[in-house]
Design a protein around this ligand. Structure first.
Ligand code: SPV
Ligand code: MN
Length: 617
């Protein structure tokens, strides 16, 4: 006979008088059999309790700077596990190719089997959050159940508290819920049953089960797990849920701020685009976008914090973040090297010690893993977690229930030899085509090989919970229904020649100011088969204005060359990829055919290889 767990804060649960909520908590307790249940409402005391317990239980360790802590995920639990992340197929709903689905009853049987007693001897936390700003049309109340203090702590930084939102529900069953179990742990407190790591997404019940993991992208309900649920929900409603940052581009001479949202595959310049000095940040990862009464699109940050990649952050390239990461405030570092209470990561501009503590335990230079591979001092996917309001560039409207008006939407990839650094799509439909044909080299944010060119529509493909064709149709309809749709842009910061990057890390500020000007109808542009590209003179004056730097015409020619053969090769790959999909909207294929036709004409005119941008007027 199972004994009842000790309860802390049960009254707070009862006060919500929500039958579905009560039933969920009771079911999880029965299944996972925790020793103790603690209900948290996000009060200062509750926040404090979570912070203290994360330290007391060894899920985090204090660092030298006050408020800073470090958390380590297991050595083989450093990224999202796409193979074991599956959608429970909805009977009668086709999932489409590329979605990792499992039959609903089979999935539920497996996960319930693995969850039996998974919290035995542990403390289960019941937490309330809100996806989106509080008390907004974008809000989705979300319940998180977890036996990890780190997960609760991380979410306290990343999401708005939602107990009040649950009160406003007034007993309604309309909320998301997430159940996370760390599973058995090793002597370092890390999930040891990685072979039973599972993340199952149940669209029908708006719930997610995730077990035997700790890495935030897998364990935190509100991040990439909720994202699958909200994408699915948005399909039936008028808004969209996107893998996008939201940032305010400030043009001092005009004294105006123009908001952009942007989708980039992991580690392709997304956070750094959102963090450009002089601009403001609303969010760096997930956006709700809905139509506004002004006929435009409005965006709100799903989150209130940043779970950002720390590699390459240094005082010279990222002065804003560097200051924040080295001064007292609440920050969780994860999977960095720690020595004497100081965190170390790659390219931070400091000498790295030869010994310390990292995601592999005690670490020394030259240490090898079980496969004989040398262990880097800090994980490729090491990160920092903090609240956006810690940043001096936090946008004053970051928590506005209305969101912010969207002037432009950016799609970026990490491609070495095809796309120009920036272009503007010809129309909304062409912009959707640009987003749907993002290709990007893989990076460390998911398990698997790095540096392989991967097709990643809207940088969202790993998270899609609806068939790609239906997602693209929705995209087309969304923009077409707006009286003033945002302009769409495509960027690529990663062009290379002989292994050398053609652009500096800061050049993106010039591309952004050009886009900002275009939104306000300020720059002429050159019409090419792939879209509108900047004129040399405009970029030259922007480089002068921003960096007092001479932008040479030779640089312009190499950056903005129309790489006709490469572009046609990409279309070839896209034709193959999309031919294999069902229900891709006609509007998408029309854009692809037009671009192909115009590129073929350009090839006849310019010959093989590439055309100078100066040839277009
Ligand atoms: C990403 O990889 O896109 C991230 C980090 O934002 S994760 O939480 O792993 O999704
Ligand atoms: Mn992301």
């Amino acid at each position: 006979m199972a004994t009842s767990p000790a309860y802390q804060g049960r009254k707070k649960l009862r006060q919500l008088a929500n039958p579905r909520l009560t039933a969920i908590v009771e079911d999880v307790v029965r299944l996972c059999r925790p020793a103790k249940v603690t209900v948290l409402t996000g009060s200062q005391d509750d926040m404090e309790y979570v912070r203290e317990m994360a330290l007391a239980k060894g899920e985090e360790f204090p660092l030298a700077v006050p408020g800073h802590t470090v958390h380590f995920d297991g050595y083989y639990d450093q990224a999202r596990d796409t193979r074991n992340t599956r959608i429970l197929a909805v009977p009668g709903e086709s999932m489409g190719r590329g979605i990792n689905a499992i039959g609903r009853s089979e999935g539920l049987a497996e996960i319930h089997g693995l969850m039996g007693g998974i919290m035995a001897g542990r403390e289960m936390l019941v937490c309330f959050y809100d996806l989106g700003p509080v008390n907004s049309r974008f809000s989705i109340p979300s319940l998180q159940i977890t036996d990890s203090f780190y997960v609760a702590h991380c979410q306290n930084l990343l999401y708005r508290q939602g107990y009040e939102e649950f009160r406003r529900l007034n007993g309604s069953p309309e909320f998301f819920h997430f159940i996370h179990g760390v599973g058995e742990v090793d002597e370092r407190g890390n999930s040891r049953n990685l072979h039973w790591r599972r993340t199952f997404i149940d669209l029908q019940e708006n719930r997610v089960f995730t077990i035997n993991n700790q890495y935030a992208g897998s364990s935190l309900g509100l991040k990439k797990l909720a994202f699958r649920l909200s994408i699915h929900q948005s399909l039936r409603e008028e808004w969209m849920c996107e893998h996008m940052f939201i940032s305010g581009v400030f043009r001092p001479v005009k004294n105006r701020i123009t908001y952009f949202t942007g989708a980039f595959p992991s580690a392709s310049g997304k956070t750094s685009t959102a963090m450009i000095p002089g601009h403001t940040i609303v969010g760096d990862d997930l956006a709700f976008i809905g139509p506004g009464t002004d006929g435009g699109a409005w965006a709100a940050n799903v989150e209130q914090g940043i779970f950002g990649i720390i590699e390459d952050i240094n005082a010279a390239d990222d002065p804003l973040l560097w200051r924040v990461l080295t001064t007292p405030r609440e920050i969780i570092f994860s999977n960095v090297l720690v020595k004497d209470g100081v965190p170390y990561w790659s390219n931070m501009g400091r000498e790295i010690p030869d010994h310390g503590f990292n995601h592999s335990g005690e670490w020394h230079r030259g240490k090898r893993d079980a496969e004989g591979k040398e262990i880097p001092f800090s994980s490729k996917n090491s990160r920092y977690t903090l609240r956006i309001d810690e940043l001096e560039n936090a946008d004053p409207r970051a928590n506005d229930p209305q969101g912010v008006p969207v002037g432009g939407v950016i799609f970026g990839g990490r491609d070495p030899d095809t796309s120009v650094p920036v272009l503007e799509a010809l129309t909304w439909a062409h912009g959707v085509y640009c987003g749907a044909t993002i290709e990007s080299e893989t990076t460390a944010a998911t398990l698997g090989r790095q540096g392989v060119l991967k097709h990643n529509p809207m940088a969202i493909v790993e998270f899609l919970s609806i068939p790609l064709g239906r997602y693209l149709s929705k995209y087309l309809q969304f923009g077409e229904a707006l009286r003033v749709p945002p302009r769409i842009f495509r960027t690529n910061y990663f062009l290379r020649e002989n292994g050398r990057f053609l652009n500096g890390k800061l050049d993106k500020k010039v591309w952004l100011w050009w886009m900002e000007g275009r939104v306000h109808g300020e720059f002429q542009a050159l019409r090419t088969p792939i879209g509108w590209i900047p004129r040399y003179d405009d970029l030259r004056s922007l480089f002068l204005e921003i960096f007092a730097k001479d932008y040479r015409v030779e640089d312009y020619e190499s950056h903005f060359a129309l790489r006709i053969d490469r572009l046609l090769e990409r279309i070839g790959r896209m034709e193959a990829a999309f031919a294999a999909e069902d229900h891709i909207p006609e509007g998408f294929f029309l854009e692809m055919e037009r671009e192909k036709r115009e590129l073929e004409e350009a090839r006849k005119y310019f010959g093989e290889g590439q055309a100078s941008p100066l040839a277009f007027t």
